[in-house]
Design a protein around this ligand. Structure first.
Ligand SMILES: Nc1ncnc2c1ncn2[C@@H]1O[C@H](COP(=O)(O)OP(=O)(O)OP(=O)(O)O)[C@@H](O)[C@H]1O
Length: 331
């Protein structure tokens, strides 16, 4: 479980994260969304103690990450899947991580099986494809059987099989009672994976709520209607103050009236309806609508990805156990 309270991070004059409070609960997948440069990576780094908050605090299972006696068992993180450039085999790499963190060697085989790398476990990890590297990074994150897992853009660059695998894995990890916190730019993917959303814009909280509640906050959509009595349908919509326009496949798009108003009016007028479907915003549409004011980089009014994201520098004091393990393993 992760609890952020009044979290703030300032780089020089840039406020990257501003008074951010949210909770990542066990047993569900929480999606972390925000336009480019909105502060997602900075927030994740603060959760792991890799960046020091300018104000506020973030706790993992009740205490700061850095104070955990077994930090890898508190949070298993995959922040940069491409970070594993090793001449060692996947097996030796995981063995080294396990040895450094005091994890029994027997666990290595277990996580290799969990991520489906058994066949290639003895091959040099440096030669792995992006998808295999991603699996290895996840195996490493799961070694200490963490109560919280945190993945930054885990499906970036993966093929459909890899995306499906990660989606199912995250759901599975949540079903085991873990808190799962995952950032992604792929809204359609988040809609399929996340139960809950934390949405930020310009470092500030926009939403901390279930996916459907977030979507329901968008402006009202129209209603798709089908009827064999087209003229009567037009008349009753106009009489009710709505607007009607032809849509695909012989259906009509009705604006300004609710499904209930259309259905009741049709019943009163004896007009048969073959379809009466409220149109719902997709998560992508909801995200665009609700973060429109929070997009930092815009061209001609349209959102555009950040062209520049500076590397984050850490002071030696900010190193955590996770970094030390990474250094140990890279040797
Ligand atoms: N070390 C740093 N020094 C100065 N500014 C920084 C530093 N790290 C991040 N920033 C700035 O803080 C803001 C938030 O950056 P961050 O990388 O956390 O956003 P993000 O939501 O992860 O972006 P993206 O989706 O593009 O990865 C951005 O404006 C970024 O330029």
């Amino acid at each position: 479980m992760i609890e952020a309270v009044g979290l703030r991070k300032v780089y020089g004059r840039k406020v990257a994260v501003d008074d951010l409070s949210f909770t990542v609960r066990p047993g569900i997948v929480t999606g972390f969304l925000g336009p480019n440069g909105s502060g997602k990576s900075t927030t994740m780094r603060m959760i792991l103690g890799l960046d020091r908050p300018s104000a506020g605090r973030v706790l993992v299972d009740g205490i700061p990450y850095a104070q955990h006696r077994n930090p890898l068992g508190a949070v298993g993180a995959l922040l940069d899947a491409k970070a594993v450039h090793t001449g060692r085999s996947a097996f030796r790499h995981l063995q080294a991580v396990a040895a450094t963190a005091g994890i029994p060697a027997s666990r290595v085989g277990e996580v290799i099986d969990m991520v489906g790398l058994r066949e290639v476990a003895r091959k040099r990890a440096g030669g792995f494809s992006l998808g295999m590297g991603q699996r290895l990074g996840i195996a490493s994150a799961l070694l200490a059987d963490p109560s919280t897992v945190m993945f930054d853009e885990p499906v970036n660059g993966l093929d459909p099989d890899g995306i499906l695998w990660i989606r199912n894995l995250m759901k599975h990890l949540a079903s085991e009672g873990r808190a799962v916190f995952v950032s992604s730019h792929l809204m359609s993917e988040m809609a399929l994976t996340a139960d809950h959303l934390v949405v930020i814009g310009r470092g500030r909280l926009i939403a901390d709520e279930p996916v459907q509640a977030f979507i329901d906050r968008t402006r009202p959509r129209g209603v798709t209607v089908r009827s064999p009595q087209v003229e009567q349908l037009r008349e009753l919509v106009s009489a009710g103050g709505g607007r009607i326009a032809p849509a695909a496949d012989g259906a009509f798009d009705v604006q300004g009236l609710s499904p209930q108003q259309i259905g009741d009016a049709a019943a009163r007028a004896g007009v048969a309806l073959h379809e009466l479907t409220p149109q719902r915003a997709s998560l992508e549409e909801a995200f665009m609508e609700l973060t429109a004011d929070s997009v930092e980089y815009q061209a001609h009014g349209a959102p555009e990805p950040a062209a520049w994201a500076p590397p984050v520098q850490n002071s030696p004091q900010q190193e955590t156990a996770q970094q030390k393990v990474a250094q140990e393993v890279a040797r």
